[in-house]
Design a protein around this ligand. Sequence first.
Ligand code: ADP
Ligand code: MG
Length: 532
Amino acid sequence: EKGQIRVQTENIFPIIKKFLYSEHDIFLRELISNAVDASQKITTLSSIGEAKGDLGELRIDVSIDKEAKTLTIEDRGVGMTQEEVDKYLNQVAFSGAEEFLQKYKDANIIGHFGLGFYSAFMVSDRVEVYTKSYQDQPATYWSCDGSPSFELGPTEKEGRGTRIVLHINQDSEEFLEADNIRRILEKFCKFLPVAIFFEDKQINNTQPIWIKKPSELTDEDYKNFYKELYPFGEPPLFWIHLNVDYPFNLTGVLYFPKIKQSYEIQKDKIQLYSNQVFVTDEVKDIVPEFLMLLHGVIDSPDIPLNVSRSYLQGDPNVRKINGYITKKVSDKLEEIFKNDRKSFEEKWESIGLFVKYGMMTEDKFLEKAGKYFIMQDSQETTKFYTLDEYKTETEATQKNKEGKTVILYTSDPVGQDAYIKAATGKGYKVIRFETIVDNAFVNNMEMKWSDVQFTRVDADIVDNLIDKAESNDSVLSEAEASNLKTLFSLEVPGLNVTVDVKGLSPDSAPVVATRPEFMRRMKDMGAMGGGM
Ligand code: ADP
Ligand code: MG
C-alpha cells in the first residue's frame, strides 16, 4: 500500500514556533528579509516591463507603538493579491521566494524555505498583514493568532506594498524597546540592499564594498569599510577581495589586522552573510582555523541561512569555500612578497603569526607558504631569509652530520645574548623565533621538514651546536673540568645543566651553562615536571 503522510496542523504549529529558531531575535531578520525580497522583486519585474510606471522610493520602515504593544514592518515591494496571500501565507513551508527564483532566476532573493514568516509567532499573539499588490487589485487583510485558523478579506490600503503588524506577546515585550530593536537591526540588517529606517534614521549601508568590483574601489574605500566594521580598530595591514561565482558563489573582503601584542589576538572577527543578510560571526567551520585571526566579511548565498553547526561541517560547498579562501590568502601573501618584499618584511611581525599557524595546521597551506615564509636575523634585524636563502647562505658552515641544515635560533635575544655572540662569532647565522607560536612552530616544522634541524642557540656550547663530529680539545684537564662541574652543580642544585668552559669567543662569557635542546623542549611542552 502506498499513501500520503498527513500533518495535523494543530500539532505542528507549536513545534514550528518553538523550535524553528533558537534565537528569538531572528524573527526580525526574517520579516525584513521578506520585505527586502519584495522590494527586489518589484525592481526585477519593473526592469523586464512586467510592472509599469514609476516605482517610487523603495524603503522599509520599522516602528514600534509601546501603548498598542505593536511592532510594524512596512515595505513598498511587490505586495500580494488575496490569492497570493492564501497561497504564500496560508501554506506553511510554501516558499514564494523559491517560486520566484525558479521563474526569474533572480539571485538576489533571500528566502528559500517558506518558513521565515512564521517566526513572527515566536513573539506575537497575533499577526496582521495589510498588503496591496503591484497588480491592479484591491488590498488584502490577513490576520492570525498562531492557531491554524486565519481571517482573510479585502481592506483599504494606500499604495503598493505590505504592512505587517505584530501584536507582541507578554513574554516578548523586550521587542517593544527601541534600543533593543535598533541593536537587532544593526546586527542583522546593516548591509541589506534596501534602505531600512527606524525612528527616522537609516540603519543600513545598502552598498557595502564587497558587492562592488575591486576595480571600482580605492584603498581608501577598503580602509573606510574596515572602520565601519570595527570603529575602534587600528587600520588593517592589507586585504583580500574575494569574488567567485563558480563552482560556488562567494564574495567578501578579508583584512589582515595589525597585531602588536600577540597576546591580544581576537578571534571571531569575521562576519558571515548570505545575500547581505547577517548570518553569524562564528565562522569556525567555514574559514580555516588559522584564518580566524583575520577580520572582515564573507558573503555566500550558498551557505544556507538556517542551519546547524553539524550540517555546515558536512556541507560540500562549505568545504570548497574553505579551500578557496586558503588559496586566495596564500596567493595574496605570495604576491606582496614578490612585488614588495620590503613591505612584506616590515609587516612580518603581524603576518608571521598567521603564516606560521597556517603552516602548522594546514598542509595545503604549508606547501605554498614555503615561498614566502621568512626568518629574521637576530643581529641584523632588517635582514630576513627564506628557508632556501638560509640553506644556501649556511651551506658551508651549518650542515650537521646527517647533511641537514641546522637552523640556529634565539627565543630571547637579550637573555641569550652571550650565546648569540658566541655563535655569530663562529660565523653562524642565528635567527629570531621569539613569538608565542614559535616554540610549537619549531617542533612542528622539524617533523615536516626532513632536511632541517632546529637548535636553540643556548642548547650547547658553540662548538657542539652543529653536530659535525669534530674533536673538542679542552683547555682544562679532565680533573679540572670535573671539579668545576661539581662546583657549579653545587651552586645550582637540581638544575640539570651542562657546564663547560671552552670554545667561547674571547669577548663573551668565560663559563657557559647549557641544557640539551631535547630536555628544554620537553620542559616547554610540559612533559617533564619541575626541577629542571
Ligand atoms: P520564504 O521567504 O522562504 O519564501 P517566508 O515564510 O519568509 O518564506 O515567506 C513566505 C512567502 O510569503 C514569501 O515567499 C513571499 O511570497 C510572501 N511574503 C512574505 N512577506 C512578504 C512581503 N513583505 N511582501 C510580499 N510578499 C511577502
Ligand atoms: Mg522569508
